[in-house]
Design a protein around this ligand. Structure first.
Ligand code: AMP
Ligand code: ZN
Length: 494
């Protein structure tokens, strides 16, 4: 019997705004699509949070015994600078600024994305299709929507006719926006726009002469609208009705709303059974974003090279920190929160490791079976990782009692405790057992640098600048950079 036959999984569906019992379209198999990155710059920790939220979903579904086809695309064309179908293509713009080919931009940041996901020990998706690899499929969908009467062509571009679509369907049901309000609140169309209404969105855009990312189509040499690629790739690999579609909260509107409209207009059915949206990682209370510069890059975190960090943090600690919040809650990033997570993470790892040295007994004074089910209950309740982690800390308390000889455990229960902790720590959350020596090496380095910082402070207080400079310069030569800030001196690894 598979685990999914024993466990009842509830998932919050952004469409119904309720937690629903999950039951896949095809028994034992799950199709899941998640919007991937637009590869025009390095992913920041906010992007990582969304992808790690879905890594948890992917891993738990697999753990339950489902055969999962997880499709996560790479947006390598069509994503313009703003949501109103205006401005330059983000990738083409970066290529122009750096005087390189757009595909060089795509390659550089796709590699960066994969490297970062690997560092976080995220599983690769089953299929990772690209927008540029599916131009033909996208053109076919445009033709279909035109033939259904929900799109119009103007000067070589094709736009989705939102008002027409809304006569027969409900546009706005995912985001809860009413078309009437949108019409009332939208500014006048720019004079040069080919759109009939500001709510309409581009399915195909005619390329300006200088636009190099262009493909032939029945309407013009041009490029597809951003929303279209996800409809094309999700339906190609998962069918016209599939189980789960995910992305960050900020994609609900317009991106996912438009995806629903395109799919309903071309396939006459609702494309997705469960819409899942991951909440934002914030910094100083504001959304981490590429455009505002309010973000931290993974490499800054791993090296400690950012003014808000007191030291480097390992990827697994950052991942643990993220999973200490539920994926639908906003999470604020801070150095102190990371430090607290680091302590908790190592406490869990120490407890897990010490299980191999525990002596068994005739009785157990902890209900292991109930505890194990409570771990499943946490994950079955819309992937509630903070509650799962709280349960793992409950086990840690018991393990510490065992170590002190204040509790006992039978051989069978010890086996269950060990395998359950292993499953949830490593298989479901995908954490990595940073070994004792790694941990100790990291801590020892940290302590040694602190001693040198203190000696340097003393030298400066004595106006012995030759010594204080020597400490700073020699540490730098060894790849350790000191940073003087208003709260004292911190360091990063170069
Ligand atoms: P993009 O490359 O901009 O298309 O974004 C890739 C993914 O990251 C999308 O699912 C976004 O919703 C998500 N995302 C962007 N900013 C944040 C943030 N601050 N916190 C969490 N997810 C984010
Ligand atoms: Zn998408």
């Amino acid at each position: 019997m598979k685990l999914f036959e024993q466990q009842e999984l509830l998932i919050y569906n952004s469409l119904s705004k309720e937690k629903e019992k999950f039951s896949p379209i095809n028994e034992g198999a799950v199709g899941m699509y998640v919007c991937g990155p637009t590869v025009y710059s390095n992913v920041h920790l906010g992007n990582c949070r969304t992808f790690l939220s879905f890594d948890l979903v992917f891993r738990y579904l697999k753990h339950l015994g489902y055969k999962v086809r997880y499709v996560r695309n790479i947006t390598d064309a069509g994503h313009l600078e703003n949501d109103a179908d205006e401005g330059e293509d983000r990738i083409a713009k970066k290529a122009r600024i750096e005087s390189i080919e757009p595909m060089e931009v795509v390659q550089r940041y796709t590699v960066d994305f994969h490297t970062v996901m690997n560092a976080f020990n995220a599983l690769p998706p089953s299929i990772e299709p690209t927008a540029t690899g599916h131009i033909i499929e996208q053109i076919e969908i445009v033709k279909k929507i035109l033939s259904e009467g929900y799109a119009y062509e103007k000067n070589g571009s094709v736009y989705f006719d939102v008002l027409k679509f809304n006569e027969d369907h409900a546009y706005g049901k995912l985001s809860g926006r009413q078309l009437e309000d949108m019409v009332a609140n939208t500014r006048e169309l720019a004079a040069q726009s080919d759109k009939k209404n500001p709510q309409d969105f581009a399915l195909w855009k005619k390329a300006e002469p200088q636009h190099i990312m262009r493909w032939p189509s029945p309407w013009s040499d041009g490029f597809p609208g951003w929303h279209l690629e996800c409809t094309a790739m999700s339906t190609k690999y998962l069918g016209s009705n599939f189980d789960i579609h995910g992305g960050g909260m900020d994609l609900k509107f317009p991106h996912h709303e438009c995806e629903i409209a395109q799919a309903e207009a071309s396939n006459h059915q609702s494309p997705v059974n469960v819409w899942m949206h991951a909440n934002m990682l914030t910094l100083n209370g504001k959304k981490m974003a590429k455009s505002t510069g309010n973000n931290i890059l993974p490499n800054e975190l791993f090296s400690g090279d950012n003014d808000i960090l007191s030291k480097p943090f390992s990827p697994v600690v950052a991942k643990f920190f993220m999973y200490q919040a539920h994926y639908r809650s906003i999470l604020d990033f801070s150095n102190s929160a990371l430090e607290a997570s680091e302590k908790g993470f190592f406490r869990l790892m120490d407890a897990y490791r010490s299980l191999s040295g525990i002596e068994v007994s005739e009785t157990t004074n902890f209900n292991i079976g109930e505890w194990r089910q409570s771990c499943y209950d946490a994950m079955n309740d819309d992937f509630n990782s903070p509650v799962l982690i709280a349960q793992l800390f409950e086990a840690t308390k018991f393990i510490n009692l065992l170590k002190e000889g204040k509790a006992t455990i039978t051989k069978g229960d010890l086996g269950t405790l060990q395998s359950t902790m292993h499953d949830f720590l490593f298989e479901v959350m995908g954490l990595v057992d940073v070994s004792v020596s790694d941990n100790q090496d990291g801590n020892k380095l940290s302590e040694a640098v602190e001693i040198l910082i203190e000696l340097r402070n003393q030298a400066r207080a004595n106006k012995d600048f030759a010594t204080s400079d020597q400490i700073r310069d020699q540490l730098l030569e060894a790849g350790i950079q000191l940073k003087d800030g208003k709260d004292g001196t911190t360091y990063s690894l170069n």
